[in-house]
Ligand binder design. Structure first.
Ligand code: CP
Ligand code: NVA
Length: 308
């Protein structure tokens, strides 16, 4: 399998089979069953991050190092992008130097503009619309917890944000039932829900509701994320009020299956969207999930840069 030269702007850029191959490679890399050859010439990944990052940035850097390559930080405020050079010109020039670009930004349209002008793969390292690299690690973690993804039921409780969107799309592709519970006005983009429903091809259900208890009932995995994403800080106080009752605490988790696992992409606000008790509790797989970012990133880069 290869994804040689392709862009990875969202979950739907890979087919169901490609997702399964990606997860298989990530697992094999983690277990040391697959060793990738060090490429003859060093590959370079450019990191264009307009928002902070710990996991994504560091796991990309370590993944590239392990593949025999390297990363180059290209923060907008130290390049001409910060002074208004167009995305099209920037992408044309940068893609004549580096082998791939990982971009963390706000608008999905900007990512698409980079991809259109770039001659090398562009990877979505988080946008307001999606976080597809995160969900590689999420589904790798679920595969490690349960023998078969197919038919599993997952609940997502909280904001209908970028992470929820990528989960909806990947769950639908991989045959995982997903129930998303959000307060009214904070649901996922209906167009994304429709796309997920189309992708599921009747293999699994995608449900959006407003009752966290109903979403969690009998679920084998319960996922949550922050109530205010990067860029929404000004609305944080209002959001705290609107999301009351959506905290993933022991009371809510009690409605899930007895063997349910808890996921969170991190960073977390303990005491808001998740209680400290649940985050540190026996059901939590949150730090395994964070570790798996490295193997997800390594697998994705190996496939995009044709290193397998
Ligand atoms: N989960 C995640 O993407 O974390 P960072 O913002 O630290 O990269
Ligand atoms: N929804 C969060 C995810 C952080 C990894 C954000 O966009 O800030």
């Amino acid at each position: 399998m290869t994804l040689s030269g392709r862009h990875f702007l969202g979950v739907e850029d890979c087919s169901c089979q490609e997702w399964l191959d990606l997860l298989q490679l990530a697992g094999a890399l983690k277990r040391g069953e697959t060793r990738l050859p060090t490429p003859g010439s060093v590959k370079v990944l450019g990191l264009l991050f307009s928002k902070p990052s710990t996991r994504t940035r560091v796991s990309f850097a370590v993944a590239m190092a392990r593949l025999g390559g390297q990363t180059m930080d290209l923060p907008p405020d130290s390049t001409q992008v910060g002074r208004g050079e167009s995305i099209a010109d920037t992408a044309r020039v940068l893609s004549s130097y580096v082998d791939a670009l990982a971009i963390r930004t706000f608008a999905q349209n900007d990512l698409e503009a980079y991809a259109q002008a770039s001659t090398v793969p562009v990877i979505n390292a988080l946008s307001d619309a999606e976080h597809p690299c995160q969900v590689i690690a999420d589904f790798l973690t679920l595969q490690e917890c349960f023998p078969d993804l197919n038919g599993l039921t997952m609940a997502y409780v909280g904001d209908g944000n970028n992470v929820a969107h990528s989960l909806l799309l990947a769950a639908a592709l991989l045959g995982v039932h997903l129930r998303v519970a959000t307060p009214r006005r904070y649901g996922p983009d209906p167009a994304v829900v429709q796309r997920a429903q189309r992708l599921s091809q009747g293999r699994c259900t995608v449900t959006v509701l407003h009752d966290p208890v109903e979403a969690c009932r009998g679920a084998q995995a319960v996922y949550t994320d922050v109530w205010s994403s990067m860029g929404q800080e000004a609305a944080a106080q209002q959001r705290r009020r609107d999301f009351s009752g959506y905290c993933l605490n022991a009371g809510l988790l009690a409605h899930a299956a007895p063997d349910a696992v808890v996921l969170h992409c991190l960073p977390a606000h303990r005491g808001e969207e998740i209680s400290n008790e649940v985050l540190e509790g026996s059901a939590s797989r949150v730090f395994l999930q964070a570790e798996n970012r490295l193997y997800g990133q390594q697998a994705l880069l190996a496939l995009l840069l044709d290193l397998v």
